[in-house]
Design a protein around this ligand. Structure first.
Ligand SMILES: *Cc1c(COP(=O)(O)O)cnc(C)c1O
Length: 370
């Protein structure tokens, strides 16, 4: 039998090719100055939206003028935080084309998050089609100045108006776009990081591997504390032993110890599997630089620093790509590589940004044109 009872259950919604309806704006906004974009302050002319209704699946995909949405104050997302989000970028190449970087990885992660949050999955082909369609409609918003890009924010919220605690029966899948500036306007500046010893971000069995607003809400207090002490971000330790390194702020973290690159493994489920993280690992391997994914304790990092073996540390994420760490404070201050960017961080930064903006050849097939 080809269709066993299990195989007969569709894994995704029944739509396989989205029939997107378009309502385009007549009054396009004036575009902001590309050299003063900052992050997440401006939004493009349109948005993508699609509904989910229990029994019907995902339906009514549409592109509309960017606008406010109307929700019941009882919508479940406001009360019990059943929601998820993603983040990726569209880049303008020197030839003026628009390209995405590994969008299928974000879509795969979106469905892993959905599974953890009991949100219905979205057919990966549909999600990719939706991303491409909205970027295509607003393609003149993809900036062309050095280092700027169009940030893509897909997200899903539980919209069922009900105050009981259960899984929502209704959702909205929305994609909004925001032109963003170069992360480092005055060249790459290594950041000062505070090792957080009181609060935790994630714990085994929790939602650390899922990209959800709740993780961020829980992390704000640690971020506030670090900022008050003059630090840019927090280095999070694991919630059980308060010993193993998880992440830095909203980035994955790498260390170069004794010429070898190490990054926390994803095995415990408290680390967000970054697309930038995965790409750095693949690049390092392709260059023959040893890289291992394993548990790293803060004590090992302190020891390596004391013995002069800790040469570089850096965060990775879509926003900054590579964020070198110039200082780590774990009771005492550790200055890394004289507070300057190290050679491995710089090489990763140059290669990743080169591929993303289409200035270097893409030997891995990571980019796709819109
Ligand atoms: C999104 C995110 C990252 C980075 O992921 P990328 O796919 O590289 O952008 C790292 N940590 C957290 C907590 C995140 O939310």
């Amino acid at each position: 039998m080809i269709f066993g009872s299990e195989n007969a259950v569709p894994k995704y919604s029944v739509i396989s090719m989205l029939d997107i309806s378009y309502e385009l704006t007549r009054t396009k906004k004036e575009k902001p100055d590309q050299t003063k974009l900052g992050f997440g302050r401006y939004f493009t002319d349109h948005m993508f939206i699609m509904n989910y209704t229990e029994g019907k699946g995902w339906h009514s995909p549409r592109i509309l003028p960017f606008q406010n949405i109307s929700l019941s104050p009882a919508a479940m997302v406001f009360h019990y935080a059943q929601e998820m989000f993603e983040g990726l970028k569209a880049y303008r190449t020197p030839a003026g084309e628009v390209q995405l970087f590994r969008p299928e990885k974000n879509i795969e992660r979106m469905n892993n998050t959905n599974e953890r949050m009991c949100i219905p999955k979205v057919n990966p082909d549909d999600a990719l089609q939706a991303i491409r369609a909205i970027v295509d409609v607003d393609r003149d918003w993809v900036p062309s100045v050095e280092g700027a890009s169009l940030y893509i924010r897909p997200f899903i919220i539980a919209s069922d108006p009900y105050l009981g605690v259960r899984i929502s029966n209704e959702y909205l899948f929305i994609i909004i776009l925001s032109p963003v500036g170069a992360y480092y306007e005055q060249g790459i500046n290594p950041v000062k990081i505070y090792v957080e010893n009181e609060y935790v971000r994630a714990v085994k069995g929790g939602t650390g591997f899922a990209k959800v607003g709740g993780n961020y809400a829980a992390s704000l207090i640690g971020q506030k504390k670090a900022e008050e002490m003059g630090y840019a971000q927090v280095l999070w330790l694991d919630g059980i032993h308060r010993k193993y390194i998880d992440e830095v702020g909203a980035m994955n973290v790498f260390f170069v110890i004794d010429g070898k690159v190490v990054t926390p493994s994803l095995d415990d489920g408290n680390i967000l599997p970054g697309v930038t993280r995965a790409s750095c690992i693949e690049l390092l391997k392709s260059w023959g630089i040893p890289v291992s994914e394993r548990r790293i304790s803060i004590d090992e990092v302190v020891e390596a620093h004391k013995s002069g073996k800790l040469s570089e540390a850096f965060g990775t994420g879509t926003a900054a790509v590579i964020s070198p760490i110039g200082e780590l404070n774990h009771g005492e201050k550790m200055i890394l590589n004289d507070g300057k960017i190290g050679p491995i961080s710089q090489r990763l930064y140059d290669n990743l940004t080169g591929i993303q903006w289409g200035k270097l050849e893409d030997p891995f097939g990571w980019t796709c044109k819109v």
